[in-house]
Design a protein around this ligand. Structure first.
Ligand code: ZN
Length: 272
């Protein structure tokens, strides 16, 4: 006898709602973490590290710079930011999130918009050449220190817990003596402290003395810098160092001009 009963339909598994839900939860969690948690954590870390990181203070600007300038975004069309060179403020996201946390006149406040607006000013020309060379590059380090060597000067950008160290100093020009002082243009040299190598293979002039200065600086600041979880508990004063300006910068320039004039050569000098 033939069985004419219809077999029950196979159960249908509806996976799609689950997959879509998991995707939505994942995207929401990623968005919350990226756009809320990370900025908050970073803000807290910067705030807590300020007292432990040495830095450089720009000389104050006169009130003639106290005006809001509109500067076009180079990434977003029809978008602009308001920049004030007197207060060193900008309305860009990076400034509002991070750079604005640093104290007044601290060089770490300078976002790309502030740097771009400062560069053509008379104020910028009053700064010494090494500082101008530093401000021509992105200021990405947590700590900055100016170190006087026997016959030259360097600015070191670093973080006590990082192995990357950036050194801003003058290149050696063809007419300079081997031990300095050096009169070439300011250049950024990058050093890996753990691996003991100059990245891109190029050491600065008088690199032995530079390395000794880096070693002293890193040793002192690492000893002072607490572990991350202890950052808010300890408080030490690490006041930023003022950058020489006006008369002091003129003295630096005069010294360099004297060096240049004392080294007559038929070889054209690199533009300082
Ligand atoms: Zn900005």
């Amino acid at each position: 006898m033939i069985d004419l009963t219809i077999p029950p339909p196979a159960p249908v598994h509806h996976y799609w709602p689950w997959i879509v839900s998991i995707l939505l939860i994942g995207i929401t969690a990623w968005g919350l973490y990226t756009f809320f948690v990370v900025p908050i954590l970073r803000k807290r870390r910067i705030h807590a590290s300020i007292p432990y990181c040495p830095s450089l203070l720009l000389p104050p600007r006169t009130h003639q710079y106290d005006k809001n300038l509109s500067i076009a975004s180079h990434r977003l069309i029809h978008f602009s930011y308001r920049v004030n060179l007197f207060h060193l403020t900008c309305t860009c996201l990076r400034f509002r999130r991070h750079r604005g946390l640093y104290p007044p006149n601290d060089i770490r406040r300078l976002c790309r918009h502030l740097r771009r607006e400062l560069q053509p000013t008379a104020y910028n020309q009053q700064l010494d050449e090494l500082t101008r060379g530093l401000l021509a590059t992105r200021l990405t380090d947590a700590c900055y220190s100016r170190e006087q060597l026997s016959r030259s000067e360097i600015i070191v950008g670093f973080h006590p817990r990082s192995s990357i160290v950036r050194v801003y100093t003058f290149r050696k020009s063809p007419v300079d003596p081997p031990g300095g002082p050096f009169t070439g243009p300011v250049h950024k040299f990058t050093y890996n402290y753990h691996q003991d190598i100059w990245i891109y293979g190029e050491p600065p002039p008088n690199s032995e003395e530079v390395l000794a200065a880096i070693s002293n600086l890193m040793t002192a600041n690492r000893a002072r810098y607490p572990q991350q979880d202890k950052l808010p508990l300890l408080r030490v004063e690490n006041l930023p160092t003022p950058i020489p300006a006006n008369e002091a910068a003129q003295t630096v320039r005069t010294r360099r001009e004297r060096i240049l004039s004392a080294n007559p050569s038929t070889t054209p000098l690199e533009k300082p």
